[in-house]
Design a protein around this ligand. Structure first.
Ligand SMILES: *Cc1c(COP(=O)(O)O)cnc(C)c1O
Length: 468
């Protein structure tokens, strides 16, 4: 059959409260045009993030009931540990309450002043934890990652020459190399097995450990299976084992490909490092057999890690994201290609070419998607990522002006995606009249979470620049 259906039936539902456009305009004013300030009950389609927002399966709920809340030696931990060991092949499994806690532990021991940690692109919490330790977080994505319209398949790859150069330049200062699968900041783009093997070789030559940020490991493995030469006939489990056999350890947020609402872990091979990490764990997270999680959370993740490797689930997930991205591209709506594993990224810089970067086209577009249909998305552009010029102190634009529509796992259906397409098309048809945004109030760091914004005056349709 050509139609790829949601490979599940729905057993429990959560009503969506409908709002109308006038109500949404009022709610936006009250939220100072910051979508993080909206209440989730005022959102129709919530595509703010795919983190911890997925639906659990009946087997996960059944596992929750088996959760054993003993402080030490809980069988729930044994099931969690066995899942991680089997799937990733690492001996030591250290549970944490989410991904950033695993990062905090790792960089607390291996980071520090004068250290440099390269990665294809550090996720924002990874960067924050590295910088918090006093180290430098260096991004070295491959060249193809810069072009949002390029259809190169493995845009998540590490720039191997830049990695070599970094290890030579910072000899003795690099405690480990990291690779993020999939590369979230770069549009959810996958890393190829070939690239991972090459990174391993370089690490071996410099005798350095390699750690994988594993948050979307299954989506990355699926994209390898589908697109990498020679990988088509392999099972996802086999590909995952090979990916992680190339690494010395990984950090993981179970809120992504753990199919759970909370949880994470750090897994590794090094006995003495694991020992030291467990000593830190008990100070900041909890005892070694629960970390920051309850027994029922451990159970939900143990089961979720197995379900995420179901080929039917992966086929459906990627099909639903491709469905939206392909239709947008067909209509000429600027979208990052190819569609990655967890989100659709609109290129707001090309969607609203009449706006300068400091009129925040990404935020303007995100606001219009909410006005039009109650869709909540996330700006990933100059509002979130503008950097300061170290010399002049002036703000510099982000590399791209994007709006991310993150798709929660197993939560929305095809008709929700059709609705999303209609909302985007309606906004596209009136794009010439969409005005920019201004910042009214913002803290110096992570301003997108709490900033207050205003709309610049709307350009009357008659005077609007024609758009090719
Ligand atoms: C979400 C995420 C993290 C951090 O995990 P949390 O559970 O949110 O702390 C780290 N790296 C990547 C790639 C992520 O997507």
């Amino acid at each position: 059959m050509k139609t790829i259906i949601e490979p599940f039936r729905i057993k429990s539902v959560e009503p969506i409260r409908m709002t109308d456009r006038a109500e949404r305009e009022t709610l936006l004013e009250q939220a100072s045009f910051n979508l993080f300030a909206l209440k989730s009950r005022d959102v129709i389609l919530d595509l703010l993030t795919d983190s911890g927002t997925g639906a659990m399966s009946s087997e996960q709920w059944a596992a929750v009931m088996r959760g054993d809340e003993s402080y030490a030696g809980s069988p729930s931990f044994q099931r969690f540990e066995a899942s991680v060991q089997e799937i990733f092949g690492f001996e030591h499994v250290i549970p944490t309450h989410q991904g950033r806690a695993a990062e905090h532990l790792l960089f607390g021991l291996l980071g520090g002043a004068h250290k440099v940690i390269p990665n294809n692109t550090h996720f924002d919490t990874t960067r924050a934890n590295i910088e918090d330790s006093g180290a430098v977080a260096l991004d070295i994505p491959c060249e193809q990652a810069m072009d949002t319209a390029s259809s190169y398949t493995f845009k998540g790859n590490v720039d191997l020459e830049a990695l070599e150069a970094c290890l030579i330049e910072h000899k003795g200062q690099v405690p480990l190399v990291m690779v993020t699968v999939t590369n979230n900041a770069g549009g959810g783009q996958p890393v190829s097995l070939e690239n991972l093997r090459a990174v391993r070789k370089i690490c071996d030559a410099h005798q350095l450990p390699l750690y994988i940020d594993a948050c979307r490991f299954a989506e990355n493995a699926y994209l390898i299976q589908q697109s990498e030469p020679g990988q088509a006939g392999r099972e996802l489990e086999e590909i995952v084992l090979e990916m992680f056999s190339l690494a010395d350890g990984c950090t993981m947020s179970a809120k992504k490909d753990g199919l759970a609402n909370i949880g994470g872990f750090l897994a590794l091979r090094d006995d003495s490092l694991a020992q030291r990490l467990r000593e830190r764990l008990v100070v900041t997270e909890g005892f070694a057999t629960y970390g920051g999680m309850s027994g029922r959370d451990l159970e939900a993740v143990a089961q979720g890690l197995r379900e995420v490797l179901d080929p039917e689930y992966q086929a459906y997930r990627h099909a639903s994201i491709r469905y939206v991205a392909d239709r947008l591209a067909l209509r000429g709506i600027p979208v990052v290609r190819p569609a990655g594993g967890h989100a659709i990224f609109l290129d707001a810089g090309r969607f609203l070419p009449q706006l300068k970067w400091n009129e925040f086209p990404g935020q303007a577009l995100a606001i219009e998607l909410y006005v039009q249909g109650g869709v909540r998305s996330c700006e990933i552009g100059s509002l979130m990522l503008a950097r300061q010029d170290p010399e002049t102190g002036q703000d510099l634009p982000a590399r791209h002006e994007l709006v991310r529509l993150a798709i929660p796992r197993r939560t929305y259906t095809q008709s929700h995606m059709d609705y999303l397409l209609e909302v985007i098309e309606e906004v596209w048809s009136r794009r010439a009249t969409i005005a920019g945004m201004e910042i009214l109030e913002a803290p110096p760091v992570l301003r997108h979470f709490t900033g207050k914004y205003g709309r610049l005056p709307v350009v009357p349709a008659a005077e609007a620049q024609p758009i090719q």
